[in-house]
Design a protein around this ligand. Structure first.
Ligand code: CA
Ligand code: CA
Length: 301
């Protein structure tokens, strides 16, 4: 009697464990199948989007130097040495408007000095850093004597100091005691003086210690960018938004790849200027690759 019950119990347990195995197997099979179905659906979705993507390069052209409008100071100048006599920073925002801001060298005979600086912000959303080939500074001022030269410097964000190193002119400007224009160009060294967010700090200062206390009127001080290089025109004729991730310029001797991060919306025509790309000589090909893996090609010469 006891052995029969024992056998039945054993059989029941085996039956139960069989059921558990079957149920677990079913669960696993369903999980795998649904994942495969989902995955292939997603793959189809990606393939579908890739097929519908249609970006074209409609034009490629060399851009000669084009200049932005002036970016001017938006808050009062900081006077490190000397003093502000009259006017405000707003009087130094517009050139030739009969309004100026006046500063005077410090009252410390027999040594007179002046040093002021202001903050200027280049609109990097309109003029991205990669489109800039250099930066220009323009000053219109009038000094009360012509004993010493006047200097423009910019804040170097790497060395954390005002400097004119790399400027096309570092000797300063000799005043005539009438209204004078002084322009400097930051050559290919401009990048040290422009913060990633477009901020520049400009300094206007005298040459050094001297025996005459100078008064200086500043009519205008501003910065602008010079863009030159190559302009690519992209047109998105597809339905999905395209993300262009790399660009190639190719001729018979040179293959050059550039990283890009360009978004072109459906129906949009976008101009993209790069100061660091120059077109190869002779016949060339430009290729642009999208994140989905599509390629657009332009043949030029
Ligand atoms: Ca001086
Ligand atoms: Ca003015």
């Amino acid at each position: 009697m006891r052995t029969i019950t024992g056998l039945r119990l054993k059989r029941d347990r085996r039956g139960l464990s069989n059921i558990i195995v079957v149920v677990l197997s079913l669960v696993i099979i369903i999980a795998i199948t649904s994942n495969v179905v989902l995955w292939s659906y997603q793959m189809n979705q990606l393939d579908w989007e890739k097929m519908r993507e249609a970006v074209k390069i409609s034009n490629v052209t060399h851009v000669n130097a084009t200049r932005s409008s002036w970016f001017v100071v938006q808050s009062e100048y900081m006077v490190n040495i000397g003093s502000r006599v009259s006017g405000t920073f707003e009087d130094a925002q517009v050139s030739n408007d009969d309004r100026w801001e006046t500063f005077q060298e410090e009252e410390k005979p027999p040594r007179y000095r002046l040093d002021v600086n202001g903050t200027f912000i280049i609109d990097v959303s309109a003029y991205p850093l990669w489109s800039i080939s250099t930066v220009e500074i323009q000053l219109r001022y009038r000094a009360s004597d012509s004993v010493e030269n006047w200097h423009l410097k910019a804040y170097n964000w790497t060395t954390n100091a005002f400097s004119d190193s790399g400027f096309n002119s570092t000797t300063g400007h000799k005043p005539t005691m009438r209204w004078d224009n002084y322009a400097v160009n930051l050559t290919d060294q401009w990048r040290s003086y422009v913060h990633d967010d477009g901020t520049m700090r400009l300094e206007f200062c005298d040459e050094g210690n001297d025996a005459i206390r100078t008064t200086v009127d500043i009519d205008f001080l501003g910065v602008r960018i010079v863009a030159s290089g190559t302009r690519f025109t992209f047109r998105n004729e597809g339905a999905p938004t395209s993300h262009l991730v790399s660009l190639w310029t190719i001729n018979s001797t040179n293959h050059q790849r550039y990283d890009t991060n360009i978004i072109v919306n459906s129906g949009e025509t976008l101009n993209y200027t790069r100061a660091d790309i120059s077109l190869p000589s002779g016949q060339y090909t430009v290729k642009v690759v999208t994140k989905r893996g599509n390629i657009a090609v332009y043949l030029g010469s």
